[in-house]
Ligand binder design. Structure first.
Ligand SMILES: C[S@@+](CC[C@H](N)C(=O)[O-])C[C@H]1O[C@@H](n2cnc3c(N)ncnc32)[C@H](O)[C@@H]1O
Length: 389
């Protein structure tokens, strides 16, 4: 239990990762480039936000007229409900406002709305944001924030890491357009994968280093070379996030430039392709393609490719068949009494019966044996199964 609490607290620390303006701008402008009217006359909700800290509200408020928005709503989460060890100081913006309430400031969420030229200066922009305290703490699962979700046409945010799956369910059940940041691992969650397979969701314009880093609070301990201070902000580059959306953009319609299988085997920059070629899986009729840029352009069958392929996925070029693990595909062979050999330790392990397997050449690294095979096998990294259209 104590361990669980610790894990939860550790996870919740990563909830206070704020998205940089440059990353928001790069992503959002890709949708505008593809369809300049994507936000026209739309109500955009930015939940789990906080304009005093975060850039989503600032960015959309500044571009309110350019995007042709009908209404912008953003909500923030109460300080006391957050899991942060930082001294609380209401912003000057809040303290100087007639709405300021000393009893509510720590425990209530806030709602910010932008709809009119409230200061009558001829433009609708950040200066026209109106705000008030919410009834509750701004939890996205509360009825009052759910109501705002139902009012919105498009939901955009970087949600709390520790509640990512709940947030996904919250967005999916509303059946709205969305753009959100998530961890790359989410691609192997059944609920996300199935949406991508059915072409109901896809990656935004990039993953990993594409998102240049997140702003973290003072209390966050910077670590390693992945951390830096920039313009006074503490930035952590995580390299493990992506944008997930169901709004169209140009990148997903660009075909991947690929070589034929014969050319790959001769000229691929990857030694593995030149030497091992494209091995067949031991328990499924498909070939292993360990690098997206080595997908053979002329192969008609099913191919297992890295999950990161989804960053380059063009639905007009490829069809997604299944996930290569977690019972995503029907194996054509069951290993009897499989034994894993991991770091020299042998253990009964059925896991191998739910993932793609390859025959091993040597017994280096982790591998499996079983009663009904006289060779050893291993599981490649997470794969998805695809087919040329
Ligand atoms: C990853 S941060 C991102 C903040 C902002 N959207 C951005 O991208 O800059 C997630 C935010 O959600 C807040 N949060 C955590 N749990 C929440 C909940 N249950 N409901 C609403 N917000 C929550 C966190 O306190 C944090 O401010």
């Amino acid at each position: 239990m104590a361990n669980n609490n610790l894990k939860q607290a550790k996870k919740a620390k990563n909830d206070e990762f704020y998205t940089q303006w440059c990353d928001i701008e790069k992503e959002i402008m890709a949708y505008i480039d593809y369809n300049p009217n994507v936000f026209r006359d739309k109500t955009v909700l930015l939940p789990c936000d906080d304009p005093e800290w975060s850039n989503f509200t600032k960015f959309f408020a500044q571009n309110f007229e350019f995007f042709g928005l009908k209404k912008l709503i953003s909500t923030s989460y109460a300080y006391e409900s957050k899991n942060i060890e930082q001294y609380y100081q209401p912003s000057l913006f809040e303290q100087n406002s007639p709405n300021y309430d000393v009893d509510k400031t720590k425990i209530k969420g806030k709602i910010f709305t932008l709809e009119h030229d409230t200061n009558k200066n001829g433009v609708i922009d950040i200066e026209d944001l109106e705000w008030s305290y919410l009834e509750g703490d701004g939890d996205f699962r509360s009825n009052e924030v759910k109501k705002l979700r139902d009012e919105a046409d498009i939901i955009i945010t970087n949600p709390p890491f520790s509640l990512f799956r709940d947030f996904l369910a919250w967005v999916f059940e509303a059946n709205k357009s969305f753009i959100m940041i998530g961890n790359i691992n989410c691609l192997t969650y059944k609920e996300v994968f199935l949406k991508i397979k059915e072409n109901d969701a896809w990656l935004g314009t990039g993953m990993g280093r594409w998102i240049s880093g997140f702003i973290v609070p003072e209390s966050y301990q910077l670590y390693g070379s992945e951390a830096r201070i920039e313009n006074g902000n503490r930035i952590v580059a995580t390299n493990n996030c992506l944008w997930l959306t169901n709004l169209d953009h140009g990148k997903r319609h660009q075909p991947l430039e690929l070589m034929t299988m014969a050319d790959n085997i001769k000229h691929s920059k990857h030694k593995e392709i030149r030497t091992q070629k494209y091995p067949q899986y031991d328990n499924f009729q498909a070939i292993e393609v360990p690098f997206t840029d080595a997908i053979p352009s002329d192969y008609e069958g099913v191919m297992g490719v890295p999950v990161t392929f989804l960053d380059k996925y063009n639905p007009e070029q490829f069809e997604i068949v299944a996930l290569g693990n977690l019972n995503g595909f029907p194996p054509n062979k069951t290993y009897i009494n499989p034994i894993s050999h991991i770091n020299g330790k042998e253990k009964k392990n059925e896991m191998i019966n739910s993932v793609l397997t390859l025959k091993g050449n040597d017994k280096k690294g982790n591998f499996y044996t079983a009663d009904n095979i006289d060779y050893h096998i291993y599981a490649p990294y997470a794969r998805i199964l695809i087919k040329k259209r």
